[in-house]
Ligand binder design. Structure first.
Ligand SMILES: Nc1ncnc2c1ncn2[C@@H]1O[C@H](COP(=O)(O)OP(=O)(O)O)[C@@H](O)[C@H]1O
Ligand SMILES: [Mg+2]
Length: 361
């Protein structure tokens, strides 16, 4: 899949901009605070419906403007598609010109994998970051998953709200059943995701680190089928009921799951050095590219924000080797001639105060 056009209106510091990326490596350079990350953020918004930097979409509207819009046109084996996100009184999404009634319809139209220096979080920070990693990839691969996750989150919020009062056993039972049903689907799907990405991550990691072993796994309710996980969750919810009442929160379910990340037996989440954590995060992201290709038939678009300069030379070279296989959008303040040579063919743009210009012709 490749992006053919990005069109912005009153988005962040862009009054209006239109960008036509090339098929391979696209490089956006510019000084700090010119709009490089804003551009990547807009693509991600059209891809997964939200910004990686903020949950308040109102911040995305250019200061002083009333509404913003982002349009991203892609070409895939399936043909051409365009997603438009309008941010005004509300957030509205159009796919090929038609407003969608449910946000899930946006999922998978523009498939992306995002890697930024912040992405270190998926190894270093709490389990929430790793669940989000799995969820965003899975939502892009399956709208069904997106809807299950939406239902699960609603049920969980309602059960937790109920726990703030003094619910009867009957009241809780209703929510337990729904929580176990939706929760089992999520745990099952994430467990499969973790199993599949483990193979890709191990291969990518061995390649970019020169033989280091990376092992990833899923930590959550056990079970070989959805039904098995569901009945296990129901039991666990019943057992945890008094504790849940006492703390007014639900202690069991996929909202507590995690993905383990180990290298040569060591838990990188807790004990990895900054460098090891960064390598593992990169491997996971590149593994996500491979997984999405194997599941969806095509590579997604890789978005790299300011990461080239953060990597040591060996990893940088390995990364550059890999990105040639897909459409990549890279931002950086400055690229050395040496790196430029390694990449080879580049479509280049210059970003300056909310404007983008081709700079390679
Ligand atoms: N809603 C907004 N309206 C206008 N300008 C904004 C808005 N949000 C962010 N900006 C501006 O965007 C710039 C940062 O852009 P960013 O893409 O993060 O820079 P960089 O090129 O360093 O990646 C800052 O100057 C900031 O003030
Ligand atoms: Mg930036």
């Amino acid at each position: 899949m490749i992006i053919e056009r990005i069109k912005l209106n009153d988005y962040r510091n862009y009054a209006s901009a239109e960008v036509f990326p090339g098929r391979g490596v696209n490089l956006f350079t510019g000084d700090n605070a010119q709009g490089k990350t804003n551009l990547l953020e807009s693509v991600r918004l059209a891809s997964v419906g939200r910004s990686a930097r903020t949950t308040r979409w109102q911040e995305l509207v250019r200061r002083g403007a009333k509404a913003a819009s982002v349009s991203v046109r892609v070409r895939s084996d399936a043909g051409a598609d365009e997603v438009t996100v309008r941010l005004g009184d509300a957030k509205t999404v159009l796919v090929n010109g038609y407003p969608v009634s449910r946000m899930g319809e946006l999922m998978g139209v523009v498939k992306t994998v995002l890697f930024t220096p912040d992405e270190l979080r998926i190894v270093k920070e709490g389990p929430g970051e790793r669940r989000r990693f799995a969820d965003i990839a899975l939502c892009q691969l399956s709208r069904g998953y997106f809807y299950t996750l939406t239902r699960f989150n609603r049920v969980l919020a309602q059960r937790n709200r109920l726990l703030k009062g003094s619910p009867t056993d009957e009241e809780l039972s209703v929510w337990d059943m729904q929580l176990a049903r939706e929760g089992a689907r999520i745990t099952y799907t994430r467990r499969q995701f973790a199993a599949r990405i483990a193979g890709f991550a191990a291969a990518v990691h061995a390649d970019i680190s020169g033989g280091e072993k990376l092992e990833t796994g899923y930590e959550g309710a056990e079970g070989d089928s959805i039904a098995e996980i569901e009945s296990g969750l129901l039991d666990a919810l019943a057992q945890s009921r008094e504790r849940d009442r006492r703390f007014s929160v639900t202690h069991v379910g996929p909202q507590r799951d995690d993905i383990s990340i180990r290298s040569d037996g060591m838990d990188l989440r807790a004990y990895g050095s900054q460098g090891q954590q960064r390598s593992a995060a990169l491997s996971l992201k590149l593994a996500e590219m491979e997984l999405m290709k194997s599941e969806g038939g095509e590579y997604p678009i890789l978005l790299l924000d300011d990461v080239l300069s953060e990597l040591d030379e060996k990893r940088q070279s390995k990364l550059i080797e890999r990105i040639k296989a897909y459409q990549t959008i890279i931002t950086c303040t400055h690229l050395t001639d040496d790196v430029r040579e390694k990449i080879g063919e580049i479509t280049e743009f210059r970003v300056r105060a909310g404007t983008v210009e081709r700079s390679d012709k």
